[in-house]
Design a protein around this ligand. Structure first.
Ligand code: UGA
Length: 471
């Protein structure tokens, strides 16, 4: 079967790369001509672990080509739509790119096409696509529309694609279901050369779930919204822990041991970001509203998340007293580790808030500084965590890059003006940090002072200064 992928963003590129990796012939298109030229030149427009190697190998094997959307559509039997659906000002998903692809399919394709929406779209988009294709088709096009939502996390998207928990397809005919099953068969059987694990065990038995298109579309929005709700829930629990002197790490551990709750996505912090959760929660609220359902639960999820930045800045204020004129090191700008993506990253709102208060911000991120520069032009970008910390009054951890766990604490101690770490991701070991003379503030746990044991033995209800005196 000849497969086309329209749109070479994180989802499209991963899909194209992995479908070629499992043996298909794939044509991937991109409308941004600069990006297309980069891809045709063997360069990667994004940082995504394993993607570059998989693409290079597939191109060498002549199984992956990049080109125009028109050519992709004319060539394929099945077309995966992977274009962006960014939020409109009112929270609705902007579907104009999807509509443009549908229009091109209607104009350019002849014979049968299976049109598969992989972009995250509101429920009933497949129905709209069917209508649109029927109205605009020429050249004797026959078609079916299927929904195949993706559950790929940035930073681990290749692994997620090849070793999924589930593959969800929404179809309205057995022909479409059979075609999609054939496409995914190597993944369902876990029979392919794995580019992620050197000695790949049969990690999972993916469930192939077949449903109608409306349900498949809803599965995607409901899944992302539920995960976002888990994060906001634990963030509120963290706030409570700070007030009553409990340890949110222990609370989350105790909750997560119940298999009905599960341990994943109970890490408190400065809030969820990225191009998926914020926009998908918004879009889901709007979908519900337009259907006459008041999903106010999700409005709270959003509100709690928006308040995370102010809550974090308040922690910084509490320690620094006056923020104006203070040198603040920001460790991490990406919305999460192992990606260079800064779209809707908490770092953006945080840095802007600190700049508004007159702070001198020095930032370091191993991958995201290139993309951050366009959004945050007025800060100093540094080549490593030590340079960012030079003369700093506080180090703020915003993204939990593994690199930050392995810094030379002695070197760092002599670089800073004041040994204060405010860890927005609860990623560091409080005992180690304080052993090196740092005062350690985190989320949902009591601050820890050098020379004093961390919160399991020390329940500090009020903030203390670096010597442990109550403030
Ligand atoms: C998310 C979903 O996890 C994927 O299943 C989905 O396919 C994808 O959106 C999408 O819709 O395309 P992603 O946005 O890449 O994936 O990132 P996540 O790992 O889910 O993290 C999202 C945000 O939540 C990050 O800012 C992260 O730091 C934050 N987070 C996550 C927490 O604050 N606490 C947690 O416990 C987990």
């Amino acid at each position: 079967m000849k497969l086309s992928i329209v749109g070479a963003g994180y989802v499209g590129l991963t899909t194209a790369a992995c479908l070629a990796q499992i043996g298909h012939n794939v044509f991937c298109s991109e409308s941004d001509l600069e990006k297309l030229a980069q891809l045709q030149d063997g360069k990667m427009p994004i940082f995504e672990p394993h993607c570059e190697n998989v693409i290079a190998a597939a191109r060498k094997a002549n199984r992956l080509h990049f080109g125009s959307t028109e050519d992709a559509i004319a060539w394929a039997d099945a077309i995966f739509i992977c274009v962006g659906t960014p939020p409109l000002p009112n929270g609705d998903a902007d579907l104009h790119a999807i509509e443009a692809v549908a229009r091109t399919i209607a104009k350019r394709a002849s014979g049968y096409r299976l049109v598969i929406e992989k972009s995250t779209v509101p429920v009933q988009t497949a129905a709209q696509l069917r209508k649109h294709l029927s109205v605009h088709r020429t050249n004797g096009l026959t078609y079916e529309v299927a929904s195949n939502p993706e559950f790929l996390r940035e930073g681990t998207s290749v692994e997620d694609f090849l070793h999924p928990d589930r593959i969800v397809i929404g179809v309205d005919s057995s022909r479409a279901a059979e075609m999609l099953r054939e496409i995914y068969e190597p993944i369902i059987q876990q029979e392919f050369t794995c580019p992620v694990h050197s000695n790949c065990p049969k990690l999972k038995d993916p469930i192939f779930l077949v449903t109608d298109t409306n349900s498949a579309e809803l599965i995607k929005h409901a899944s992302n919204s539920f995960l976002a709700m888990k994060i906001s829930f634990i963030n509120m629990v963290a706030n409570l822990c700070e007030v009553v002197g409990a340890d949110v790490t222990k609370v989350a551990q105790g909750m997560g041991l119940d298999p009905r709750i599960g341990a994943a996505f109970l890490n408190p912090g400065i809030g969820f970001g990225g191009f998926c959760f914020p926009k998908d929660v918004q879009a889901f609220i709007r979908i519900a509203e337009k259907s006459g359902c008041d999903f106010s639960l999700l409005k709270e999820v959003e509100k709690i998340n928006e308040h995370r930045i102010e809550h974090f800045v308040e922690k910084v204020r509490k320690e620094l007293w006056v923020v104006r004129g203070k040198k603040i090191a920001i460790w991490g700008l990406a919305f999460k580790p192992n990606t260079d993506d800064v779209r809707f990253a908490p770092s953006i709102a945080l840095v802007n808030s600190l700049l508004n208060e007159g702070a001198d911000v020095r930032a370091y991120d191993p991958e995201a500084m290139g993309k951050a520069k366009a959004l945050l032009p007025n800060i100093t970008y540094c080549s490593d965590p030590y340079q960012a910390a030079e003369g700093a009054d506080a180090i703020l951890i915003v993204t939990e890059w593994d690199e930050f766990r392995h810094v030379d604490w002695n070197r760092l101690r002599s670089a800073v003006e004041r040994p204060l770490i405010v860890d927005g991701r609860n990623m560091l070991d409080a005992t180690e940090v304080t052993r090196h003379g740092f005062y350690y503030v985190s989320i949902g746990r009591s601050p820890v002072t050098p020379g004093r044991p961390p919160s399991s033995e020390q329940h500090v209800l009020v903030s203390t200064d670096h010597d442990g005196n109550g403030l």
